[in-house]
Every structure is written in C-alpha cells, then in structure tokens.
Design a protein around this ligand. Structure first.
Ligand SMILES: [Cu+2]
Length: 115
C-alpha cells in the first residue's frame, strides 16, 4: 500500500513539472539604491508562489525573474515589489513600506524634497 502511494506521488509530481513552462519577466525597479535593497527585493520575490529564480541587477535597476507560467506573472511580481517599498514597472512604491525602509534605501533626493 505504501509503495503504491509513493508511486502515485512520483507520477503526479513528474506530470506537474512537465505541465508548467518557465517564463521570464524583467521588471524595472528604478528606485533600487544599494545592496540592502537588492537583498530585500531578492527575498520578497523568491518567496512568491510560482517563482523559480530571481536575479536583482543593481546597476541596471532591473529584476529578472524566471517563473512558472500560469502560477504568477509580471503584474503580481511588480505588485510584490511595490508592497516592499520600491517602484516597479511604473507603479509607485507603497508609501508606508517605503517610509519603513532604512535611509540608505530611500531615493537620495527625498532627503531634501518638499512635498
Ligand atoms: Cu538599499
């Protein structure tokens, strides 16, 4: 009985892997400032459902994501980055999350900005 159950699990897992196709998304994150931002965004995105791999490019200010097609998409990925306090694909960062970021992770001009 145990062996039958195990065989069933292996078969369904293999099927699931073949059914999902990896897709790539590049998300513009112009407000990334430092290595700390890089780590924060990396962790947020890699913990999302359907994400296979994440690479945060601090110089290009872009996040490249490999994900399972159908499990997530560029909009959900960008929304998670926005919720973490960073601009993503033209959507402004969540202001509460942004205010909670360490000073080094905020946009330099904000220190002298008058809103
Ligand atoms: Cu930072």
């Amino acid at each position: 009985m145990r062996r039958i159950l195990w065989g069933f699990l292996v078969a369904t897992t293999a099927w699931a892997c073949e059914a999902t196709e990896a897709k790539q998304a590049t998300i513009d994150t112009p407000t990334l400032q430092c290595a700390h931002c890089q780590t924060t965004v990396q962790r947020v995105v890699e913990n999302l459902d359907g994400v296979r791999a994440v690479s945060v490019d601090l110089k290009a200010k872009q996040v490249r994501v490999s994900y399972n097609d159908g499990a997530t998409g560029p909009e959900a990925l960008a929304a998670a980055i926005v919720a973490a306090g960073y601009d993503a694909n033209g959507v402004a960062a969540d202001s509460t999350a942004y205010a909670a970021l360490p000073e080094c992770c905020r946009v330099p001009t904000d220190a002298h900005a008058h809103h």
